[in-house]
Design a protein around this ligand. Sequence first.
Ligand code: NAD
Length: 418
Amino acid sequence: MQPPKADMGPFEAVNHFFHHAAEITRISDSAIDVLSGTYRELQVQVPVRHDDGRMEVVYGYRVQHNGARGPYKGGIRYHAEADLDEVRALASLMTWKTALVDLPFGGAKGGVQIDPSHMSPAELERLTRRYTGQISSVLGPTRDIPAPDMNTDAQTMSWILDEYGRKYGHTNQIVTGKPIALGGSQGREEATGRGAVVTGDAALRDLGRDVEGATLAIQGFGNVGSWAARLARDRGYRVVAVSDVHGAIHADQGLDIGEVRAHLAETGSVVDCPGSEPISNDELLGLDVDVLMPAALGGVITDENAGDIRADVIVEGANHPVTPLADAELTERGIVVVPDILANAGGVIVSYFEWVQNNQELHWSHDDVVGRLEHKLDQAYRTVRDFQDRHEGINLRQAAFALAVDRVVEAASLRGYL
Ligand code: NAD
C-alpha cells in the first residue's frame, strides 16, 4: 500500500482506507479492482430557471459504488464543491457504512454542484424536480433509494417522491428522510446526530471517562450538528462550542443550545448568539475538549492542523472530515477517532427502518425506532472494538473498514462477481 500523501482527492483518500483494509483482510486483486472503482456514474446537465427569469446551467451526479449487498442507498447533496470526485468518495463510504452496520443495501450518493444558500424555495423545487427527472431511470425502491444530505431535507425528499411518482406511479419507498405525513419514520431527522452521540459515548466510556460533564465542541450546526448538540446536552455533556459556515461561538460554562437554535432561526447563523464569545472555525477545532465532532464538510482535519487538535476523542459526524495523513498523526498521538462509517451511520440505519416500515405499511413508535437504532449501533461498535482487539496495531477506522470490506467481498463473491 502507498503511504498517504498530503494532496489526496476525496475518493483517493477513502480508497486509501479501503486499500489498508484490503491488506488486513487479504482480499483478491480482482476484488480490489472492482471495489476501488464505482459501478455506475451518471452525470446530468441541470438547467435551473431562477425567479428573475435567468437560466443557470449546473451539473448533477448520481454515483452507484457497489450493490452486492442490496439496493443502492445514499443521500443527495447540494453544494458548490459537490463534484464527481466528491460524490464518488461519498458513494463508496455508503458501501462501507451499510456493510459495517449490516444493512441489506449497497452504496450510492448524489450531488448537484450548486450553492443553494441564496435560492428561493421555488428555485429549489424546480432544481430538485429537474435533477430527479434526469436521474430517475437509475432510481427505484429496489434499485437506488436517495435520502437527505448537506443542504437537502425532508422537503427536498417530498419533491423527489412526487416527481418520481409522476413518471412511475406513487412509490413511497423511493426516498427516505421523508416527512412523517408522506410516510417518513419517527426518529429519522435526529438519527445521525443521535448515532454520533451514542458512538461517542461508547468511545469515552472505553477510555474510562464519564459522559456527565464531558466537554464537546461541534463544527457545523445543521441537521447532524444541531441534533447532536441537543441530544448530547440531554445526556449531560457540556457543549462549549458550535459553528456554522459563518463562524464559531464558544462559552466555557456551556452554550444554551435552545438559545443557539432560536438565534439561528432568527438570524440565519449561530454567530453573535447571546451568552457566547466569537471564535474562528480553526480555533474551535483546536479547543481543549473531551470530544470534538466535525459535522460539516470533509477534509477539515489535515496534516496541517492535526497537531493542534487537543480533544481526546474525535467523532466523525461528517463524512471523511479527517485526511489519511491526519488520521495517522492522530492515532500516533493516542487520539481516538470514531470513524464516519460508524459515527454517522445512525441516519442510514433509520432510513433502513423507514424503508422497512414503508414496505410493510407499518408505523413504529419513536421509542421503538430509538431502541432499535441504539441496539444496532451498540452491536456495530462492539464488533469493531472486538476486531481491533484481535488485530494488533490497528485503529477503529481500520477495524471498521476491514469488517465492511470483508462483508461486501463475501456478498459479491457469492453472486459470482469476483
Ligand atoms: P446541513 O446542510 O444540514 O448542515 C451543514 C452545517 O455545516 C451547517 O450548519 C453549515 O453552516 C455548516 N458548514 C458548512 N460549511 C462549513 C464550514 N466551512 N465551516 C463550518 N461549518 C460549515 O448538513 P448535514 O445533513 O448536517 O450534514 C453534515 C455532514 O454530515 C456532511 O458531511 C454529511 O455528509 C454528513 N452526514 C449527514 C447525514 C444526514 O442524515 N443528514 C448522514 C450521514 C452523514
